[in-house]
Design a protein around this ligand. Structure first.
Ligand SMILES: [Zn+2]
Ligand SMILES: [Zn+2]
Length: 338
């Protein structure tokens, strides 16, 4: 099979021939049809993830078809359409697993980080990590919903915000554009926070009733004028922009951080205490959360905006993603016939 591999930190992908892997006990082999390129793939490309072992095949927004089942994986069948996201399996025995909170497993594996991912024609996945993909959505459109999509849908549906509440989405990229679509479909009053007036039209098209140009206006007073946000989801990994969001929260407002800013951000304690405000992190979801996300997207006709590339152009696609040139998700697409 062909695979795009990172051998050394900061060096380009190498497209190489590898033996097609055989599924072990409790695993399936997926014939990959599409794989989104997520900002977090930088954790592999630049070896930023603690304890990362190279070489590694990145990719944790994988949509494909089961091709072979290992021993004990017979609840799934060859030919089923499935996806895999960041959640790459859990141990079943740590306190989090025993409490049924498998996403927070202490010994969990991460697709494309601690095991090889979807920048390849085939990959292996443990059965607890695979999400069924419903009819009515293409593989290339399903792929980004398996990380970016589930992260936004799942954080919003657990945020405590109710229909009609003011919910702001900061950033208008791979995560942010899906955040606007999901927030609108969930019945919130949606505000988009981005930089530059050129983004307004697009944000409104994606479901934002309000637009705040963070390059021209202060975000805190702008959202306070609307009553203060019940929830703000920070999708742009920039510490200074995230710090500016806390004064924009309303009573009991919650800031949810879903993207890894490399720098620490600043919080004024009085801002938290006076409005009983809080800050929460949110890590995507498990396989059933992904299936829920896909079903909701089909039901509500939500589709990511994507640009597709063949595996051979992975370096170009990855570079464009880092430079913010992709509207809004780069997806590696593999031919159906092979
Ligand atoms: Zn991701
Ligand atoms: Zn565990």
């Amino acid at each position: 099979m062909k695979a795009a591999v990172i051998h050394r930190a900061g060096e380009p992908f190498e497209i190489e021939d590898r033996p097609t892997p055989e599924p072990g006990p409790g695993q399936v082999r997926i014939r990959v049809r599409a794989c989104g390129i997520c900002h977090s793939d930088q954790f592999v490309a630049e070896a930023l993830w603690p304890g990362l072992e190279l070489p590694r095949v990145p990719g944790h927004e994988v949509a494909g078809v089961i091709d072979a089942c290992g021993e004990g994986a017979d609840k799934f069948q060859a030919g089923e359409k499935v996806g895999v996201g960041w959640f790459g399996g859990n141990c079943g025995d740590c306190p989090a697993c025993r409490a049924g909170d498998i996403v927070l497993c202490e010994n969990g594996t991460i697709t494309g980080i601690t095991r090889d991912g979807g920048y390849a024609e085939y990959m292996l996945a443990p059965i607890e990590s695979i999400a069924r993909i419903p009819e009515g959505i293409s593989m290339a459109e399903a792929a980004p919903l398996l990380c970016a999509g589930v992260t936004m849908f799942n954080s919003l549906r657990h945020s405590g915000a109710r229909p009609g509440d003011l919910v702001a989405i900061q950033g208008l990229g791979g995560l942010g554009h899906l955040g606007l679509l999901f927030a609108d479909a969930l019945g919130f009053r949606v505000a988009a926070i981005s930089r530059g007036p050129a983004k307004r039209e697009l944000a409104e098209k994606l479901g934002a009733g309000e637009f705040i140009d963070a390059a021209a206006d202060e975000v805190g007073p702008a959202l306070q004028k609307m009553g203060g946000a019940r929830v703000i989801v920070a999708t742009a990994p920039d510490a200074r922009s995230i710090s500016a969001l806390i004064p924009a929260l309303g009573r009991d407002g919650r800031l949810i951080v879903v993207a890894g800013a490399m720098e620490p951000f600043q919080v004024n304690a009085i801002d938290l205490i006076s409005g009983r405000r809080s800050i929460q992190g949110w890590p995507s979801g498990h396989a059933q959360d992904s299936t829920d996300t896909l079903n909701f997207a089909v039901e509500k006709k939500i589709r990511p905006m994507i640009q597709t590339f063949p595996l051979q152009e992975v370096q170009t696609a990855y570079g464009k993603m880092l430079d913010g040139e992709i509207r809004f998700r780069a997806v590696l697409e593999f031919s159906a016939a092979r």
